[in-house]
Design a protein around this ligand. Structure first.
Ligand code: PLP
Length: 470
């Protein structure tokens, strides 16, 4: 065990046993170092880790203090949803826009945000790759590399598939403006207005908005916060309603955080192949796993070309660069044409800059750090929810991503919580925006992808009070 780890263990033990109590000041870094013969950096490393785990808190110019949190997890949320399986028209856009608009200000504590903190990304290094590659950009590449996109970037993406044991040729990859464009292009490729599309319940509001925009109906399938989609129900629904496609997130589903087991993903792909239903696979969070290895996408089990895999760099490397891709299997021509018709191509310098960053190496190192940070923030955040939220609150335990799905006691109105929280400059994503029937009225999606500090703890405490009173 390293010195800083031993120190962490000792202080954590003292806090757990109550020797060190909430509000107690820890000895200064200098005196701890001097007493034990440790360097300041060893003590700092220990204090940082204790802080990341939620045991202590730094106060500016005052030192480190034991946190006031009870270390109680909220009750687990594990029961599957039970939607009606009828195709329904979607009318969600206005509500989603109103809520997202209200969360944009930097003064607002961003629990409702869809993005992790932009400070978690290697933006300076990316910027250098961008600048260098923009300077040396081959003028012809701006015309040669229209859709499907920059070959160097497509090769880098193909290499990442290969590292996961998947064979996705670079010619099967279409670069897009973020994953959202990839998903929409795939939807365009396989549906016509009036068709029905299977979604999870609850579902990512972006999927519901896309269905609404194209005049498609949503069919919801029960989804479990732990294991994802109910496959038995899925197959019955397919037989009954003959959907044109499924739009699903097998890994770290938004908002539930659920991940299907590898066996279940394989079974999903087999069911869809049997019924010839294409899968639009939204896989934007799978790099953000907290376990030992990245969960494979359903695409890894595809033998018929029906899986249209969509992802991006927006959540794990380059927010705001708007670079994503689709690997749409047998629909690559249709998706390429849809891209050419709608936005022609994705910014050439952006693609080349990102390719240059990936070629340099260092992406995996950044990802390791990002995953570690997010998993530590999840632990603190989840305990704070257990501490501050009303009795009976349940929450998911995601193994990746940066969202917690919280079910407040029955009768609490999430839309009211949203309105009152916003008046206190706190945003939340209320449950009803994740459902075409505006269900999940007592649920919230909370973002733990921002640094946990005094401000976020105060905000979560306020949110807990609001939820208790609503
Ligand atoms: C589940 C999910 N899919 C897709 C997207 C869109 O990704 P991108 O920003 O790469 O377009 C988001 C963004 O919030 C998301 O949460």
């Amino acid at each position: 065990m390293k010195r800083y780890e031993a120190l962490v263990q000792e202080i954590e033990g003292s806090i757990r046993k109550g020797v060190l109590r909430s509000g107690d000041r820890l000895p200064s870094v200098r005196s701890t170092g001097a007493n034990r013969g440790f360097s300041a950096s060893t003590v700092f490393q220990a204090y940082y880790l204790l802080e990341a785990r939620g045991f202590i808190r730094a106060r500016e110019r005052s030192g480190y203090f034991v946190n006031s949190l009870n270390r109680n997890e909220p009750l687990p949320l594990e029961t599957p949803s039970q939607p009606s399986s009828n195709p329904i028209s979607v009318d969600i856009c206005a509500q989603v826009f109103a809520i997202l608009e209200s969360t944009k200000s930097r003064d607002v504590v961003p629990f409702g945000s869809a993005f992790p903190s932009p400070l978690l990304f290697p933006l300076a290094r990316l910027g250098r790759s961008m600048a260098q590659s923009a300077k040396s950009l081959d003028p012809w590449s701006t015309v040669d590399h229209l859709t499907p996109g920059n070959p160097d970037l497509r090769r880098q993406i193909a290499l990442r598939y290969m590292a996961d044991g998947m064979h996705v040729h670079m010619d099967e990859i279409v670069i897009t403006n973020g994953a959202l464009e990839a998903l929409n292009l795939c939807l365009m490729a396989v549906t016509r207005p009036g068709d029905s599309v299977i979604v999870e319940c609850p579902a990512f509001y972006g999927a519901l908005q896309a269905l609404e925009l194209r005049g498609l109906k949503a069919i919801q399938v029960p989804t479990c916060p732990k294991e994802g989609l109910d496959l038995l129900n899925l197959e019955q629904t397919i037989e009954l309603h003959k959907p044109a496609a499924c739009w699903l997130m097998p890994n770290f589903q938004n908002p539930l955080g659920s991940t299907m087991s590898e066996a279940k993903k394989q079974a999903l792909v087999e069911i869809l192949a049997k019924h010839n239903v294409p899968l639009i696979e939204d896989d934007v969070y799978s790099e953000l796993y907290f376990g030992d290895k990245r969960p494979l996408p359903a695409k890894a089990y595809d033998t018929t070309g029906l899986v249209m895999h969509c992802s991006s760099f927006s959540k794990c490397l380059a927010p705001g660069y708007r670079i994503g891709w689709a690997a749409p299997g047998r629909y690559v021509r249709q998706v390429t044409e849809a891209k050419l018709i709608t936005t022609l191509a994705t910014s050439a310098p952006g693609q080349r800059g990102l390719a240059a960053y990936l070629e340099l190496g260092g992406y995996d190192k950044h990802l390791r750090k990002l995953r570690q940070t997010l998993s530590e923030q999840m632990a603190v955040f989840s305990q704070a929810v257990g501490h501050y939220f009303p009795a009976g609150t349940r929450a998911t335990r995601p193994q990746g991503g940066y969202f917690l799905w919280v079910e407040l006691p029955t009768g609490v109105d999430a839309m009211k919580v949203h309105a009152q929280a916003l008046a206190e400059n706190i945003s939340v994503a209320p449950g009803p925006i994740f459902s075409p029937t505006h269900s999940f009225k007592n649920c919230l999606r909370l973002n733990f992808g921002h640094t946990w500090n005094d401000r976020s703890e105060r905000a979560l405490a306020t949110l807990g009070k609001i939820a208790s009173a609503c």
